[in-house]
Design a protein around this ligand. Structure first.
Ligand code: COA
Length: 184
């Protein structure tokens, strides 16, 4: 049995990333702004190129990709002080082991020297993800009503932020969170 490792995914991981990403979009449409039909027609090379464009961390056991989290940085001079967290997903069979928290903890460590704040959106009816982000120190700063429309149903999203610099009131995250996934 291989241990679970967290590492950056690169272009060569395109096939595994495509498979996991399409699974996530199919099983959890309300959890992601991207629709399955937006990307299902793209092949592994397209997904591999995305891995070089943004920093995507993967939780891997041997050759099996179990989960991901992506940090998207902006290039504009007025926008590059903040980053977006997207594509947070842990496969069913690996949930509840601390992998989501381990991926996010590493992603925050990667972001800390690069940006002053991280932002993300999360479904207002997604208690697992809300709990995950709150545990990492993300705080809600707004709510976008009807953020997603799937079929004829609307879904509200909570806007969350983690301030990394410029707010001395915040304690270091390291005091509260372990580096390794539980049971990994
Ligand atoms: C959200 C998700 C990534 C969590 O991954 P995970 O590896 O199971 O999470 P962890 O084991 O690291 O748990 C992190 C925290 O969330 C809590 N949590 C996990 N699943 C939960 C659930 N179903 N209900 C309530 N809390 C839950 C854990 O108890 C833990 O909190 P704690 O440290 O206070 O105990 C996973 O459920 C998932 O992929 N869901 C579908 C896709 C999705 O919604 N992605 C988020 C898009 S914004």
């Amino acid at each position: 049995m291989h241990a679970i490792a967290i590492r950056r995914l690169r272009a060569a991981d395109g096939p595994a990333y495509r498979s996991l990403r399409l699974e996530a979009l199919e099983r959890h449409p309300a959890s992601f702004g991207t629709a399955l039909e937006d990307v299902a027609g793209h092949g592994p090379d397209w997904f591999g190129a995305r891995l070089e464009q943004h920093l995507t961390l993967g939780a891997v056991r041997g050759e099996v990709l179990l989960g991901t989290a992506t940090l998207a940085l902006q290039e504009g001079a007025k926008l590059r002080h903040k980053g977006d967290v997207t594509g947070v997903y842990v496969r069913d069979e690996a949930r509840g082991l601390g992998l989501g928290a381990a991926l996010l903890h590493r992603l925050v460590a990667e972001a800390r020297p690069r940006v002053e704040a991280l932002r993300l959106t999360v479904g207002a009816e997604n208690p697992a993800a809300l709990r995950l982000y709150e545990g990492l120190g993300f705080r809600p700063y707004g709510c976008e009503r009807r953020a997603l429309k799937i079929g004829d149903r609307y879904h509200d999203e909570v806007l969350m932020e983690l301030v990394l610099a410029g707010d001395p009131a915040l304690e270091p995250l390291d005091a509260h969170h372990q580096e390794s996934p539980r049971g990994a």
